[in-house]
Design a protein around this ligand. Sequence first.
Ligand code: DC
Length: 223
Amino acid sequence: MIITIDGPASAGKGTLAQSLSQKYQMAYFDTGMVYRAVGLKLVLKGISPDNESEAEKAALSLDFPQMINLSKEADFRSDVGGRAASIVAANPAVRTALLKMQQDFANNPVFGDGTPAKGAIYDGRDTGTVVCPNADIKLYVTASPEVRAERRHKEFLAKGINKTFEEVLAQIKERDERDQQRAAAPLKPADDAIIIDTSIYDAKQVFNKVCEIIDSFQKKLEK
Ligand code: DC
């Protein structure tokens, strides 16, 4: 079984995908990592993420072990890494170069330790529209920019990072704009995606709702 979860930054996709991966014993692929890895490769070499040919080269040479190594770098999840990822993700040549690596995972889903899994859960922006257009269940998880900024702001405060709510909101809006306006694979729900607005449900309610969707899909398969 393949499940895709797309949606904007800080909508709750990762939390949902990880809980589902545990419950249904499915391997989890956070596809934002491939773009973060390419962006960070450039940043670490002092090359601008806007440099299109260098970004394509960095994408063509990326593999899973390199991505895992880069994910241990301090800036992988920082604003610097997020911004670089969002810039390289707007480059069509980078997206093409990273497509096969993402699609291959559906054919051979494995957990972090290499053991085979029953299926895969993708989390990203275009996993239901481009990466796995034939996925069994497609979800589009979203929330208003203000709600997402509030969540991110709380995370920053908990980590002792001093930023105002307005700064966080402006960054979220900038990222949304870049993800939605880019010509290559812009962020949008697949035509057959189920839309889940997490502004009105908490994480537990969202998880329960999605479990009902998966259980009813599995029951139909058994018939
Ligand atoms: O989900 P994230 O914040 O780790 O994603 C980092 C950037 O990568 C984000 O700006 C959008 C981009 N991305 C994408 O274009 N397509 C995906 N499938 C996943 C992420």
